[in-house]
Design a binder for this molecule. Structure first.
Ligand SMILES: *[C@@H]1O[C@H](CO)[C@@H](O)[C@H](O)[C@H]1NC(C)=O
Ligand SMILES: *[C@@H]1O[C@H](CO)[C@@H](O)[C@H](O)[C@H]1NC(C)=O
Ligand SMILES: *[C@@H]1O[C@H](CO)[C@@H](O)[C@H](O)[C@H]1NC(C)=O
Ligand SMILES: *[C@@H]1O[C@H](CO)[C@@H](O)[C@H](O)[C@H]1NC(C)=O
Ligand SMILES: *[C@@H]1O[C@H](CO)[C@@H](O)[C@H](O)[C@H]1NC(C)=O
Ligand SMILES: *[C@@H]1O[C@H](CO)[C@@H](O)[C@H](O)[C@H]1NC(C)=O
Ligand SMILES: *[C@@H]1O[C@H](CO)[C@@H](O)[C@H](O)[C@H]1NC(C)=O
Length: 661
């Protein structure tokens, strides 16, 4: 058996074992039962601005402002009173009640007020023995009272329940927060979701367990959205941190089930205008609920017109509420240059693309459309720059402020890699294709030149400086081609026959040993265990995130090389393995994304962060191990697949294997 065969057999056996014996892949059920939130919910919530100190006056004034400022018309609908609303203890008959000092008219009246504005009423509780609370007093949570509380919320006219996760870990004696519980918080959500389903009143359920135990795998059946990460905080570094945590799970979003990136900080005067645009753009296109967390209006505060314009941008809201309901996904990150690209499909054959500037300085950025699967767009709308252009081939450049985002809506697009002769320059027998894109520099591209007609004898065709023979009666010629990385290759083709298209096929993927990568700093090369690092390679440990770019974003990975992420193929295939990895630790601002798959020189790597770490500690390992994830292992980055085609075949085989289990 060759090394390759051994590798394939090993991989297949791993897949079969993990899929057949361990656990059947979990179907990602959608919460069809309540029929709510078919598009991401939009609204306002008290927490980001007022913390756990809401009261009737501020809820009234903000709800009224949502209407008066025109935001209700734009789709913002749910007014949710977050933590701090209740009394320490239940009533003698066991029901929760509001704190009358804060809500003198009571919660039923509050619901009536909100409904009277044509808005919907969101309530808050917690699946632990106490609710989350900043400061005091401690307040009873819903654990063991789910049915009663659901009925109480219904009696008040609630339309939404945000359900938190404080004081919920029985095994540890119910601490305030537990990011590494011994059992999943899922059980508490199963119970409350069941209690809500038993009601006659439809109620949106917002699961808020801060991403503990990878709720993307179980929350879609229990709620309409689920938090994927710890709380947003009022510093820009929170944005790349939460986005990093979204990277491996955007595919779990869909109608009725959305990844919740947390409430918006837009309007809280903590971000620049460009940062607010980045925050709002990415939350919108990832199909997060858009829940305003700023004070719109109270005795002390009025939202700025700049923030209001961002929250009210109809293009961006439209991307969030698009009928297709597909979340944008991470496509590529340039760690050294400090920017990244996200993109996703929209209805009407459109595509939304976000080019995020992570640098602390303004710059000009270029998006190469092939990085998002597109060659040409008949229309490009540059939302924040207010620019619209037609017929853009291969790439688009624009300036962007520090931490800003170029947000593009592309229409009338063609598939990457195919260049029409009608877009080339034709001069007698010479056709010149410009703006030809190559992901990497290689002599191994294949170009396929198609002609509009054929002739009965063979013809000479010159491509660049090389001459080829087009066989008699043929309309298509395939030849190898050198292309330099970038969007500015020019290919000149001389032929007596007119051309129709030039199609470029990427070079086949190649294995490279880890010795191909330069290591520095604390990084070390270490030996792989038996059967790991197949078919080539060794492991590099202790990669310290470096700061090669002039900016510093603890929430962002900084490696010595560029990353291209191909997480989807892998993650969609192996949910059961993902579940085993789970999110075993919750990372705050200084921690990096817990798992990401990416490719370097067409090698895909899987990167796992299985221990608490910080940017200062920086402790990434990566290797090219092939095999199942190992629980409780030190931090490792694994090459889980090298050839995407091979992987797809392997996946097909494993599906057959599962079907035959
Ligand atoms: C309500 O909250 C606002 C803003 O924090 C505060 O100024 C006001 O005093 C509070 N009112 C009551 C009755 O607690
Ligand atoms: C408990 O008492 C409150 C206050 O009297 C009342 O509104 C509520 O309906 C009671 N709950 C039950 C379950 O009887
Ligand atoms: C909550 O309820 C329990 C009884 O279930 C009670 O002992 C406790 O004091 C209550 N209050 C708080 C703040 O936990
Ligand atoms: C919901 O109703 C079902 C069927 O009556 C019952 O078995 C279940 O316990 C109820 N759920 C809750 C949380 O009360
Ligand atoms: C080029 O011609 C080949 C052979 O007819 C065909 O399969 C292919 O789809 C054509 N390519 C394009 C881009 O039209
Ligand atoms: C693109 O290439 C052409 C020549 O092939 C060169 O003149 C031009 O400056 C290049 N443009 C950029 C932006 O590099
Ligand atoms: C990787 O290293 C091998 C030798 O170890 C070398 O032949 C090859 O060209 C290198 N590949 C790249 C892409 O640097």
């Amino acid at each position: 058996m060759s090394t390759r065969q051994a590798f394939e057999r090993f991989f297949i056996s791993i897949l079969s074992v993990s899929l057949c014996v361990e656990s059947k892949p979990m179907p990602i059920g959608s919460r069809e039962s309540n029929g709510l939130a078919r598009t991401p919910l939009m609204g306002w919530n008290s927490y980001n601005h007022y913390s756990c100190y809401p009261n009737e006056t501020i809820i009234h004034s903000n709800a009224q402002a949502l209407v008066n400022l025109g935001l209700k018309e734009k789709g913002y609908e749910y007014i949710t009173v977050d933590c701090g609303w209740t009394l320490p203890d239940r009533l003698a008959n066991g029901t929760l009640t509001w704190n009358p000092a804060l809500f003198p008219s009571g919660y039923f009246a509050l619901g009536q007020f909100i409904h009277g504005l044509g808005l919907k009423f969101g309530v808050y509780s917690d699946g632990g023995i106490q609710m989350c609370m900043t400061g005091s007093p401690a307040q009873n949570g819903s654990l063991f009272h789910e049915d009663t509380d659901a009925q109480t919320f219904q009696s008040w006219g609630a339309d939404l329940l945000k359900y938190d996760n404080c004081y919920s870990d029985a095994a540890l004696g119910y601490p305030d927060t537990s990011y590494t519980p011994t059992i999943s918080p899922k059980g508490h959500y199963v119970t409350m979701s069941s209690a809500i389903s038993n009601l006659t009143r439809p109620m949106v359920i917002q699961i808020c367990d801060w991403g503990v135990d990878f709720p993307s795998l179980w929350a879609p059946a229990l709620g309409n959205s689920w938090r994927i990460a710890n709380d947003i905080i009022p510093y820009f570094r929170t944005i790349p941190r939460i986005l990093n945590q979204a990277v491996p799970q955007t595919s779990f979003a869909g109608p009725g089930q959305w990844l919740d990136l947390d409430m918006l900080e837009v309007g809280n005067n903590v971000f620049t205008q460009a940062e607010e645009q980045t925050h709002f753009s990415l939350w919108a296109i990832l199909k997060s609920p858009l829940v305003i967390g700023g004070a719109l209006k109270d005795a002390a505060t009025s939202i700025s017109s700049s923030s209001l314009a961002i929250l009210g941008n109809e293009d961006v809201i439209g991307y969030n509420q698009d009928s297709l309901g597909v979340a944008a996904s991470f496509r590529r990150r340039w760690t050294e240059a400090g920017y990244e690209v996200w993109a996703g499909p929209l209805s009407g054959g459109r595509t939304v693309v976000a080019l995020v500037n992570l640098l602390d300085v303004a710059t000009t950025l270029t998006v190469d459309f092939p990085d998002v699967g597109i060659q040409k767009a008949s229309s490009v709308k540059d939302v924040w720059n207010g620019v619209a252009v037609q017929n853009v081939l291969t790439s688009y450049s624009a300036s962007v402020a520090a931490h800003g985002t170029i947000l593009l809506e592309l229409g009338g697009t063609t598939a990457a890699g195919i260049y029409a002769a009608s877009d080339a320059t034709v001069s007698s027998s010479t056709t010149t294709f410009s703006k030809v894109y190559a992901k990497t520099t290689s002599t191994n591209y294949i170009s396929i030149v198609n002609f509009t007609t054929s002739v009965a004898s063979s013809t000479t065709v010159t491509i660049g400086s090389k001459t080829y023979q087009l066989p008699a009666n043929s309309k298509s010629l395939a030849v190898p081609l050198f292309l330099a990385a970038g969007n500015n290759n020019t290919i000149t083709i001389k032929s007596s026959l007119p051309l129709s298209t030039l199609a470029i096929t990427n070079p086949p993927s190649t294995f490279y040993p880890s010795t191909n990568f330069t290591i520095s700093g604390t990084a070390t090369r270490t030996t792989c265990s038996t059967n790991l690092c197949l078919p080539v390679g060794s492991k590099i440990g202790y990669l310290t995130p470096t700061r090669l770019s002039p900016s510093h974003h603890p929430g962002t990975l900084f490696f010595h090389f560029r990353l291209q992420i191909h997480q989807h193929l892998f993650l969609q295939q192996r949910h059961s393995d993902l579940h085993k990895l789970g999110i075993r630790h919750q990372y705050q601002e200084h921690d990096l994304v817990w798992e990401v798959a990416f490719a370097i020189n067409n090698i895909a790597y899987y990167l796992e962060d299985d221990a608490h770490q910080s940017a200062s500690k920086g402790n990434w390992d990566y290797n090219c191990q092939e095999g199942p994830p190992v629980l409780n292992s030190p931090i490792t980055v694994r090459n889980i697949k090298s050839r995407l085609v091979l992987l797809m075949i392997l996946f097909a085989i494993s599906v057959i294997a599962v079907a035959s289990c």
